[in-house]
Write a new protein. Structure first.
Length: 245
């Protein structure tokens, strides 16, 4: 059972956060909110989303699983504006999600959630962590796109570095000293390289003003951020491209 009212921009944030990695997702619905976890088809990236019921204007639910075609849902959300309030109802008998935006009603068939994976987020003991404005990272990503398919991240006592380089002198580096960071915790310095395409999609999907990055040398990158106006949390994991430094 599910009945909810929510602003379009909050639902769009949830859908956009997941859909950069997967075209469909299984949502676990409980009386206190919803969550989803998914691994991308190449199995190098993972997303986890938890949104509390307080993010919704109305939320009534019993424990259930809904398999949702994210691409179809994205198309429906384009029909409204960010401040519109959507009404969502699960028609269990017809196995459809019914969405109402203004005078428009959209009935969307659900996917069989029983056959969809339910991955677990691994526990990672990573030695370095920073919290910083996401806009700063977006600047570094934008500069890197014309240089390489990879991007390197480093956390040290000097601060946070994001860099990309090609053969010769073609390179870009974003350096944020410790006093430009919101927070930094280091047991030891860490540096790893990641595929730029996936990292760029993740960073650009984040709507929160700040992001926390947990890093270990040649370990998966852990990206943590708030969602739904602080009433939810998102997390991305991205596998490294191991290189000899």
């Amino acid at each position: 059972m599910l009945h909810a009212k929510v602003k379009l921009n909050i639902l769009k944030e949830i859908v956009d956060t997941a859909s950069i990695l997967v075209p469909e997702a299984k949502f676990n619905i409980e009386d206190n909110g919803l969550m989803t976890k998914a691994v991308d088809p190449s199995r190098i990236a993972m997303v986890s989303i938890e949104v509390r019921k307080e993010a919704f204007e109305e939320f009534e639910a019993k424990e259930s699983m809904l398999g949702i075609d994210l691409e179809k849902l994205k198309e429906t959300l384009k029909l409204g504006s960010s401040e519109d309030v959507l009404i969502l109802d699960w028609d269990k008998d017809a196995n459809t999600l019914v969405l109402k935006v203004g005078n428009l009603t959209r009935k969307m068939p659900l996917i069989d959630a029983g056959g969809m994976p339910d991955p677990k987020m691994p526990e990672l003991d990573l030695p370095a962590k920073v919290t910083l404005p996401v806009e700063e990272i977006k600047k570094g990503v934008a500069a890197a796109k014309s240089i390489s398919d990879n991007i390197s991240l480093k956390i040290s006592e000097d601060g946070f570095d994001l860099s990309s380089k090609a053969e010769g002198a073609d390179q870009a580096n974003l350096h944020l000293p410790k006093d430009a960071l919101i927070d930094i915790e280091i047991r030891e310095s860490a540096r790893s390289t990641y595929p730029l395409e996936q990292f760029s999609k993740m960073i650009n999907a984040i709507k929160s003003p700040n992001v926390t990055i947990r890093l270990g040398t040649d370990y998966p990158l852990d990206i943590i951020f708030e969602m739904a106006n602080g009433m939810g949390n998102g997390r991305y994991l991205l596998a490294p491209r191991v290189e000899n430094y």
